[in-house]
Design a protein around this ligand. Structure first.
Ligand code: ADP
Ligand code: AMP
Length: 214
C-alpha cells in the first residue's frame, strides 16, 4: 500500500502515522523529521533548510525532491510506504508521480486530514516533541509525566516553528502552496477526506475503514 497523509500543519498527520506504521507495518516517511535530523546533525542539507523552517516557510522543491527520491529507493519501501508532509507543492507532486512511474509503482490513496484553523492553532501551540519522534499535546495528549517522553524518557521540547509567528506563517503557506493538492488528487480520484477534529483513536478507526475499503 502506497499512501500519502495530506493536511495542514497540526492536523494530526504525525500522530496518525505512528499508528498506521505500527498497525500496517508501513514505513513512515516524514520529510519534516528528515529535515530536522539533518539540522541536528549539521549536514549541508540541514544548514540550507534551517532558516526556511524556522520562519515557517517551505524548503525549496529541488532539495525535497532529492530527499524523497533517495528515501523511496530504500529497500523498506519495496512493499509500500506512507508519506507525511510530502508533497507540499504541485511541482513536488509531479516529481513524485515521475519517481513512482519510473519504478512501476502507483499511489493507492491520499488521506486528507481536515481540521479548522482555530483547532490547528491550539494543537500547534500545545505540541511538545521528543527527539525519538514521539509527539504530545499539553492538554489533548499529555505525557504520563510532565515534560517527559512516555517512550524513551527523553525531555520534551517545543519546536521553534510552533511559536506564534511561525504558526501564522505556516497556515498561510499551507493555504497558498499545499491546499491546491486537494484538488490535484481529487481529480486523480485518489483523495479520501478524514474528519480530523475527532478524538485520536476515532480518527484512526476512520482511517482503517478507508484503507480496508481500498
Ligand atoms: P502534524 O503532523 O499534522 O503537524 P501532529 O500529529 O504533530 O500534527 O499533531 C499536532 C498536535 O495536535 C500534537 O500536539 C498532537 O498531540 C495533537 N493532536 C493530534 N491529533 C489530535 C486530535 N485528534 N485531537 C487533539 N489533539 C490532537
Ligand atoms: P512538518 O514536520 O511536516 O510540519 O514540517 C516542518 C517544516 O519542514 C515545514 O514547515 C517546512 O519548512 C519543512 N518541510 C517539510 N516537508 C517539506 C516539503 N515537502 N516541502 C518543503 N518544505 C518542507
Amino acid at each position: 500500500m502506497n499512501i500519502i497523509l495530506l493536511g495542514p500543519p497540526g492536523a494530526g498527520k504525525g500522530t496518525q502515522a505512528k499508528k498506521i506504521e505500527e498497525y500496517y507495518s508501513l514505513p513512515h516517511i516524514s520529510t519534516g523529521d528528515i529535515l530536522r535530523e539533518n539540522i541536528n546533525n549539521n549536514t549541508s542539507l540541514g544548514v540550507k533548510a534551517k532558516s526556511y523552517m524556522s520562519r515557517g516557510e517551505l524548503v525549496p522543491d529541488e532539495l525535497l525532491i532529492t530527499i524523497i527520491k533517495d528515501r523511496l529507493s530504500k529497500n523498506d519501501c519495496s512493499k509500500g510506504f506512507m508519506l507525511d508532509g510530502y508533497p507540499r507543492t504541485i511541482p513536488q507532486a509531479d516529481a513524485l508521480q515521475m519517481i513512482l512511474t519510473e519504478s512501476n509503482k502507483k499511489l493507492d490513496a491520499v488521506l486528507n486530514i481536515a481540521v479548522d484553523d482555530e483547532e490547528l492553532i491550539e494543537r500547534l501551540s500545545g505540541r511538545r516533541m521528543c527527539k525519538c519522534g514521539a509527539s504530545y499535546h499539553v492538554n489533548f495528549n499529555p505525557p504520563l509525566k510532565d515534560g517527559v517522553c512516555n517512550v524513551c524518557k527523553g525531555q520534551l521540547y517545543q519546536r521553534d516553528d510552533d511559536k506564534p509567528e511561525a504558526i501564522k506563517n505556516r497556515l498561510i503557506v499551507y493555504k497558498k502552496q499545499t491546499q491546491p493538492l486537494i484538488d490535484y488528487y481529487n481529480r486523480k480520484k485518489l483523495l479520501r477526506t478524514i474528519d480530523g477534529s475527532k478524538e485520536i483513536s476515532q480518527i484512526f478507526e476512520d482511517i482503517k475503514s478507508v484503507l480496508e475499503a481500498l
